[in-house]
Design a protein around this ligand. Sequence first.
Ligand SMILES: [Mg+2]
Length: 193
Amino acid sequence: MSVETTALFLDRDGTINVEAEYLSDPDRVELIPGSAEAIREANETGIRVFVITNQSGVARGLYTEADILAVHQRLEELLAARGAKLDALYYCPHHPDVGSPPYRIVCSCRKPKTGMLEQAAKTHGIDLASSFVVGDKCSDIEAGKNARCATTLVMTGYGRIERDRCRPDHIADNLYEAWHHIRGILQSRKKNA
Ligand SMILES: [Mg+2]
C-alpha cells in the first residue's frame, strides 16, 4: 500500500482547534498548539489529511452550513499560514432526533457512523484499513473502528472526560504527539514493505 492511499482522518473541534461549544464564529477559531505542525509534517510524507466533523449545531438551529464553511475557511487560512494543508473537509449537519427536517434525519454520516470516511475513501481512493483516525471523543474512535482504521484518542478537548469510555488503539496528549506515533507506524510499514 502506498502512503498516497493512506489517510489521516482528523476530528476538528478539540482535536485541531480549541473546543468552543458549537463554534460558528470564524474569529473564534484557535489552533491547538502543534496542530499545524502535525498536519504540515503529515503533508510532507504524502499521507492524505481529511477533517471529519459532526456539526449537529445545524440541525439544532444554532448555525447554518454557511457558518460551517466560514469556520473551515478560517481554519484553512490559519493552517496555511503555518504551511499546513487539508486535502478536504467533511461535515455532518444532521441529528437523528433534534431540530427539523431535512437536518433531523437518521443519516449515515454522523460519527460513530462511517459515511464521511467512506465518502473520502471513494472520492480520493483511500484504503481505510491502512488509515488513521484521531479525535477527542469516543464517537471519533468508534467511527474509526467501524471503518477499520487505527485510532488515537487525544487528551485535548473532551479527551480526558472520554478516556475511560472507549478503547482507542493509542492515547496521545495532543495531535502533534498523535502524529508522531502514526509517523512511526508509517515508517515501520515502509521498512517492512
Ligand atoms: Mg471533537
